[in-house]
Design a binder for this molecule. Sequence first.
Ligand SMILES: [Ca+2]
Length: 346
Amino acid sequence: MLKTLLCALISSACLKPVPVHALGEFVKYEELQAIITSLEQDKVYAPGELNALFEQVARDEGVLKAIARPAEGTKEWKDYRPIFMTQNSVEKGLSFWRTHEAVLSRAEAQFGVPPEMILAILGVETRYGGNKGRNRVIDALATLGLDYPPRAPFFRKELREFLVLSRENGMDPLNTWGSYAGAMGFPQFMPSSWRRLAVDFDGDGKIDLINNPVDAIGSIANYFNANGWKTGEPVVVRARITSQDYDGIISKDLKAANTLGEIAKKGLAPREAASYLASTPASAIRLQGDNGGEFWLGFTNFYVITTYNRSIMYAMAAFQLSQELKTAREAELANTTATALPAETP
Ligand SMILES: [Ca+2]
């Protein structure tokens, strides 16, 4: 396609409005036909089945608009944080925690991921299942995989995975809904993550992340575990400035690329007195907070959160929500205990 070529050469060419494609337009695309041929050869679909399916798939202009301006790319931390850190989110999280307490404990025992972290992901992703996305997944993935050149190969792979997943899992691909990027259900798993890391955590023989919060809880825990979550280790701590050499050590990567010792030499050390080893892998993070620059030291677990969504602000929001939830839960349990105890006789 000429447009694909142009966009590959000049990325700004892709930002202009593009013509609306009619229903079924994608069937003409060579890139889609390659996916269809491969799925027919692999006998996942019968010949003709997918061409008929894609006659009912439409390009989604809203998806292209949405991907051009994700919140992580346009907001500072001070404006990003309040989107997720609300009283309402903490209260809903506590309510979800009470409802699914046994399942969360089972997930922690099996995968080593604490309940508050699993809940924070559910809170940030979908407000505990309240907003699982309003886009038809097949339209979203086809639009991004076929008409969004900057990330087309990634989304074409996800489109293929989605078609396989639908077949494996008995889902109707024309009636499955998710985010503008094709992420699905309570935990907003992309199709490849669903196929690789989702688990049937209630043992009903089916993995359902869209309607089943139990499968969602187990799947998030398994995802974190598989991506290297270190049970009981810290996630991120606030740093204090000890000298002004720190500029060069601020991380641009999504991994713990230095050690605490290296970062300390450049002038950033944990704010709270704690016995961290100088050899601990960490990265120095700078965020623009309400009161100017904030410095943090992210550990391996912090970067495990970014495997879920490749953004430092996302990981920080999820971590801070997890801590709010944990504190609120502890307070709730303390109150319950206090009222449950018999009154002491003086
Ligand atoms: Ca299940």
